[in-house]
Design a protein around this ligand. Structure first.
Ligand SMILES: Nc1ncnc2c1ncn2[C@@H]1O[C@H](COP(=O)(O)OP(=O)(O)O)[C@@H](O)[C@H]1O
Ligand SMILES: [Mg+2]
Length: 922
């Protein structure tokens, strides 16, 4: 047996033996280490967990990495003739927990097992890598998020096209798409952003081609990037791999013969899965070829800024659209809603089918509740099946499967009774598999253990020979108890015990005080301090019976489990059909419940050139606002008259909320959901573009402004007349002049370009932009209403027609608790600036915080740009800070009626004014 270094002690300081080399001379290595090195050579990029007895060990650099990630002791192992290597190990039974940490740290882990019984080994036990666990190939329940897919994707090129394929090992899903044209790469990464895979495969060469765009999209993150050999994604090999996997002779049936790049990517995926899993992939039975044009494109920016599945605060699910819409009862339904949300439809018929289903579900409360009740008992059939195929399922999984199957008939009939939209077809096509449920239930105890090797899974009465063995085992234990009583009687030692351990088996134990009384037929086996242990031929005989029975029970139960597994495998197709139907039913019922809770209505979705929402609300914000009501707002955008809405208003007035809410409602309509409004008419939108407030770009090492401009450029290049564009405060990251100029030009561009006239909502703090309404025919000014008294401002959150020319920045500063002194000083500066605005040109520019504008400010339309900085600069100051309330004294003046003042009062007013004037002079 190998000596296991003590792991109980404190974590040894790392690098204690820093000077020892980590490379070793091969001639002098022990055979075990030589075997290790051979295996490691085949997995240079993987962290190799090497099974030795009860431990998985890591060596060399792997050990350093593992010690770091897992926080385990790093020691050194003697590997032959005075040489050592870094070593770190974990106990085999804790593999799952440690594996989770390694995978989360973005590692690929090769698991090397002893594949030979050590008793039979001559020399070193034979070992093999049985599986490579990578972030994209997980099936274990505790490593996966219930309600999110865990995807592996591959990109490949063929004949100028890019192919993108995705697979989910835990469910058996496999899909691919072919991308052509100039922006194929951009589209590809857009898809990758939508899928949000855990891992992506591509050749070295292709990674190089994607590199800069990848960094732009994902920064250092995105997914684990795995390099694969060119051969893996070459067409002939890839096609062969697919044909083999899908068990067909042509890919025609999957519509894949005309998508060679997609085939390359999908075939590459299948090969990679085979190489890493080295076991069944029987649940991958279909290849779905899809087109990105079938769904609305949602780039990474839009997903992020609309907070669809992750919030901007911590990337979590709280306060996202998904959280509001996902009212499902099963993980399968939850994953499907997520998928729907990220793949809004472009097909009116499909949208209406979902709407009809939701309407039907809302129309019949009893049927809906019946359906939901049934779904409550359904477990993750899809992933259980995946685990059955990958050899990772337990009897507990099969019992959960049986329980789920039990619910199927009631769910099926509820769907047929409801009969609306997609529901009827889903119900009718849904297999119920009652025979399999019966079989599983007859065989398995209600709550089987997690381990499949230790028995206890199968019900009494299911198998006659198992019952017999169990009787022997039970009887054996009774026999031991009876023997103990008899021996106590015979020897007169009342403390006599019969114990068991794995080395000596059953033994009789007598304390030293009584050892003289041991009968002659006792054979001494072991002497301990204080005790002697004995056996008798009779005891050993019984032991053989008991242990033999137990061993046989475990083997037989495993065999029965394997039989059940095979029966489940045989129903793969039907089970996948069932899982699919359950997921759909659950997702639709979940959307219906979301609609019910939120008071949503069915939008009219058609091919028109219109986005019209009456009394729309933000579905997430309205649920978060507890104490005050959410103010609803209308919008109407079209391509002919009201293409661009410019929305101005004070800080915190609700501009950003409003423009996002329009985007979110439009998106919800495209996924077939009902929407938070009184009424909505939504013409199909090909893409939603967003450019909204700065998020955490520092982590990506790009300046905020550069990101903003990149994203804006992307919008201008790709928006069409069918797109919806949401722009929030663009131009903020640079000087006022630059910012306003850019914002101005962007509006002109979106307005002017034929076939690019995207419907646009533009929230801006540059009130100068509102002048565009007079020259650009499809631009409309709107602002957010506020109620203003001399004391305070009340936000009404109501979007009304017309422009504002101020933004109450100082008032916001006051609300934020800025020191009174600062506020007053700000008011004074502002007042001076306002005064200068009307004074002759020459002295301006001083308040630009030392920034020298690189361009002149854009003049009023038609005017020449000023050659040098003038007081006009004051005009284009960002309203935020410098456009305040009137100084209080003027507010008061405005209320005075001079004719009614007494001379004394007039004097007092004058005195006040003089005071203010003096203060301002400094
Ligand atoms: N329609 C609304 N009804 C009620 N409160 C709202 C509404 N819109 C916004 N708010 C509140 O105002 C806050 C600021 O809104 P936001 O859209 O960020 O303002 P802005 O972009 O104009 O600075 C929100 O966090 C919310 O609390
Ligand atoms: Mg805002």
């Amino acid at each position: 047996m190998r000596k296991i270094p003590s792991r109980a002690g404190a974590k040894r300081a790392r690098g204690g033996a820093r000077n020892e080399p980590d490379t070793v001379k091969p001639e002098s290595l022990t055979p075990l280490v030589r075997q290790y090195q051979q295996i490691k050579a085949q997995h240079p990029d993987d962290l190799l967990l090497y099974r030795i007895g009860d431990f998985y060990e890591t060596f060399g650099n792997d050990a350093k990495v593992a010690a770091e990630i897992l926080n385990i002791t790093l020691t050194r192992k003697h590997v032959g003739k005075g040489q050592t290597l870094p070593l770190a190990g974990i106990p085999y039974h804790a593999l799952d927990a440690y594996l989770a940490k390694l995978i989360r740290a973005g590692r690929r882990v090769a698991i090397c097992e002893q594949v030979q019984d050590p008793k039979e080994a001559k020399g070193v036990v034979r070992r093999e890598v049985v599986r490579v666990v990578t972030p994209g190939t997980l099936v274990e329940e505790n490593l996966l998020e219930d309600k999110a897919g865990n995807y592996l994707v591959a990109a490949a090129r063929h004949g100028g096209n890019w192919g993108l394929a995705l697979a989910e090992l835990s469910t058996g899903a496999l899909a691919a798409t072919e991308l052509s044209g100039e922006d194929a790469r951009t589209t590809l990464l857009g898809e990758v952003a939508r899928i949000a895979p855990a891992e992506m495969l591509a050749t070295e060469e292709d990674w190089a081609l994607l590199e800069s765009l990848w960094r732009e999209t994902f920064g250092a993150g995105g997914a684990l990037r795995t390099r694969v050999d060119k051969g893996m994604v070459r067409l002939d090999g890839a096609r062969a791999a697919l044909l083999g996997q899908l068990g067909v002779t042509t890919l025609q049936g999957f519509g894949a013969e005309d998508s060679p790049a997609a085939v390359c990517a999908a075939g590459g995926l299948v090969t990679y899965l085979r190489e890493t899993q080295r076991r069944g992939l029987g649940h991958i039975r279909e290849l779905q070829i899809y087109s990105v044009r079938d769904t609305m494109l949602l780039d990474a920016t839009t997903q992020r800024s609309l907070e669809l599945v992750r919030n901007m605060i911590d990337g979590g699910r709280a306060a996202t659209l998904l959280e509001v819409l996902d009212q499902t009862r099963t993980p399968m339904g939850g994953r499907l809603v997520r998928q729907w949300l990220l793949q809004p439809l472009q097909d009116l018929e499909a949208i209406r089918a979902r709407q009809d289903a939701i309407e039907g579900l809302l129309g019949s409360a009893p049927a809906r509740e019946g359906l939901r009740e049934g779904l409550r008992g359904v477990r993750d059939v899809e992933r259980i099946l995946g685990r059955v195929h990958c050899g990772a399922a337990s009897a507990r999984d099969l019992a959960a499967l049986a329980a789920s199957l039990r619910e199927a008939p009631a769910i099926k009939s509820a769907l047929i009774v409801l009969g609306a939209g997609a529901l009827k077809a889903i119900g009718e096509a849904m297999p119920t598999l009652t025979a399999l449920a019966d079989e599983l239930e007859r065989a398995l105890v209600p709550e089987p253990p997690v381990s499949v090797r230790e028995g206890g899974m199968v019900r009494d009465g299911f198998d006659a020979s198992l019952d017999e063995l169990r009787a022997i085992s039970r009887d054996g234990k009774g026999w031991i108890a009876r023997m103990r009583a008899a021996e106590i009687q015979r020897t007169g030692i009342s403390s006599l015990k019969i114990g068991y351990n794995r080395v000596f088996g059953y033994y009789i134990e007598i304390s030293n005080a009584h050892k003289d009384k041991a009968p002659a037929d006792y054979i001494r086996r072991q002497t301990l301090t204080g005790h002697e242990r004995y056996v008798t031929p009779e005891l050993k005989e019984q032991e053989e019976l008991i242990l033999g029975a137990q061993e046989k029970i475990e083997a037989l139960e495993y065999q029965i489990f394997e039989g059940l597994r095979t029966k489940v495998l045989a129903e793969t197709g039907a089970l996948q059909g069932l899982a699919h139907a359950l997921a759909q039913a659950d997702a639709l019922a979940g959307l219906a419940v979301a609609a019910l809770r939120g008071g949503y209505v069915r939008p009219l979705v058609d091919g028109s050139d219109l986005i019209e929402i009456k009394a729309g609300r933000h579905p997430v914000l309205e649920t978060l606002m507890a104490e005050r009501p959410f103010v609803a707002n209308d919008v109407r955008l079209d391509g002919r008259e009201q293409q661009i809405w410019l929305i101005t208003g004070p800080n915190m007035a609700g501009k950003s909320t409003f423009i996002r809410q329009v985007a979110v409602i439009t998106l919800m309509a495209h996924l077939g959901s009902f929407v938070p409004a009184h009424a909505a008419h939504i013409g199909l939108v090909d893409r939603i573009f967003t450019r909204v407030g700065a998020t955490d770009y520092l982590a990506r090492g790009q300046s905020t402004f550069l990101v903003e401009m990149t994203e804006t450029a992307n919008i201008l290049h790709n928006a069409t007349e069918k797109s919806l564009v949401i722009l929030d405060e663009i131009g903020r990251g640079t000087s006022t002049y630059d910012g306003l100029s850019i914002a101005w030009a962007v509006v002109e561009y979106l307005h002017g370009k034929a076939r690019r006239r995207a419907k646009t909502l533009f929230a801006t703090h540059y009130h100068e932009l509102t002048e565009l309404e007079t020259t650009l025919e499809r631009v409309r000014n709107y602002n957010v209403a506020v109620k203003e008294t001399s004391e305070e401002i009340t936000f009404l959150y109501q979007i009304v027609a017309g422009a504002t020319d101020r933004s109450y920045g100082i008032y916001a500063a006051q609300l934020a608790g800025m020191p009174q002194e600062t506020l007053e000083r700000a008011r004074e500066i502002l007042f001076q600036l306002e005064c200068r605005r009307t004074a002759p040109a020459d002295e301006g520019g001083a308040a630009q915080n030392g920034q020298t504008p690189s361009h002149g400010a854009p003049g009023r339309p038609g005017a020449d740009l000023p050659a040098r900085v003038t007081t006009r600069d004051v005009d284009v100051m960002q309203m935020d800070l410098f456009e305040p309330l009137m100084p209080p004294v003027f507010t008061e003046l405005a209320t005075l009626d001079v004719n009614r003042l007494t001379p004394i009062q007039a004097m007092q007013v004058l005195e006040e004014l003089v005071k203010v004037a003096k203060k301002m002079r400094g």
